[in-house]
Design a protein around this ligand. Structure first.
Ligand SMILES: [Zn+2]
Length: 76
């Protein structure tokens, strides 16, 4: 079950309080301690191509988009 699916399900169950509680108890995704699923891009939420260096916490695509704005220089 992906994270986005879990949130959609919670929106559907908002009107049914008892079922909402049961769903959270049994189906909430567990907190990841390590591995690729722990980190996601803070802009787009992607898990692939993740850059932790310099405290960026971005995927490679978002980094390419905003690199010059942050202060990185591109050398040809
Ligand atoms: Zn991204």
């Amino acid at each position: 079950m992906t994270q986005s699916d879990h949130k959609k399900m919670l929106a559907q169950l908002k009107v049914k309080k008892p079922k909402h509680g049961k769903f959270i108890k049994h189906n909430a995704p567990k907190e990841r301690k390590h591995g690729i699923a722990k980190f996601c891009c803070k802009i787009c939420g992607a898990r692939r191509g993740f850059i932790k260096s310099y405290g960026l916490n971005l995927c490679r695509k978002c980094f390419r988009d905003i690199a010059t704005e942050i202060g990185f220089k591109k050398y040809d």
